[in-house]
Design a protein around this ligand. Sequence first.
Ligand SMILES: NC(=O)c1ccc[n+]([C@@H]2O[C@H](COP(=O)([O-])OP(=O)(O)OC[C@H]3O[C@@H](n4cnc5c(N)ncnc54)[C@H](O)[C@@H]3O)[C@@H](O)[C@H]2O)c1
Length: 279
Amino acid sequence: MSTAKELFGSGTAVITGAGAGIGAGLARYAARELGMKVVLADVDTPAITALQAELPNAVAVTCDVRDPDALERLAGQAGPVTLLVNNAGVEQFGYLWDTPVANWDRLLSINISGVFHGIRAFLPRMLADSRQSWVWNLSSVGGVSASPLQAPYIMSKHAVLALTECLRQEVELAGHTDHVHVQAVLPGAVASNIFESAGAVDSGDVTAAEDHRAAMLKIKEQAMDPVDAAGVFFDQAAAGEFYLTSQDFVRDAMAARADVLVHRRAPVLPPGELTFPTD
Ligand SMILES: NC(=O)c1ccc[n+]([C@@H]2O[C@H](COP(=O)([O-])OP(=O)(O)OC[C@H]3O[C@@H](n4cnc5c(N)ncnc54)[C@H](O)[C@@H]3O)[C@@H](O)[C@H]2O)c1
């Protein structure tokens, strides 16, 4: 079995949402541990400019994944891409019925349409190039579970998982699995800015939304380091796994989801305080 360094080492990684959290961790690991060239794509220009200065062989490109033309330009500039990571994503807290329409639209356009725009821009180029390439889409432990007070986010992560599973089938149907590898990334709890920058509610039960943000920030205290998480994802990808998971509790959630569906149980609230084990 080839190692991640052997598979990815001489290539180029394009990472959306590379300015913080998981995206920045992937960029650091890819550049420093694997020796990849990294293209840091984000709306946060100061963050990616600072990261570019820190890394060997990095290029910062201001890019909003909501804009299909921006992804098309990025794909045109990047040259042959070994790894595309459709990572940019945002959170939203509060009851679904209190969620501002603008926040709903923004979340869907980043978390779901952003992934689609990346695929639309990069996949045709990868399919036409006989070199080995990988596409990673960021789902979540939330893509295999239900959780209150963040319904738009959870829905978007289920959507990305389904999209990625369909994409894997389509790459096989089109006869390209010998060189284009599609993988779904399901992080559990990885240190990042996602809960701080999450959308809020401006009417209705504001307290419920903010209490939930506080609970999630508490979970973050035990979250995994993003560079460590990146190492785990690259090793699983090199081993040819489809579902790349950061922690064992993500696999437990997958099993629990399967069990709920097999037994056709209605969703119930998680017992007690909202916590995720870390391992
Ligand atoms: N951190 C976790 O524990 C966790 C768990 C499961 C899934 N995820 C997923 O991982 C991905 C990364 O999340 P994170 O936790 O690192 O978040 P983060 O907030 O730390 O980083 C997200 C990055 O995306 C960028 N971004 C936001 N909107 C953008 C846009 N329109 N175009 C381009 N870039 C944009 C932000 O500027 C930021 O740099 C997300 O898709 C998230 O759903 C994270």
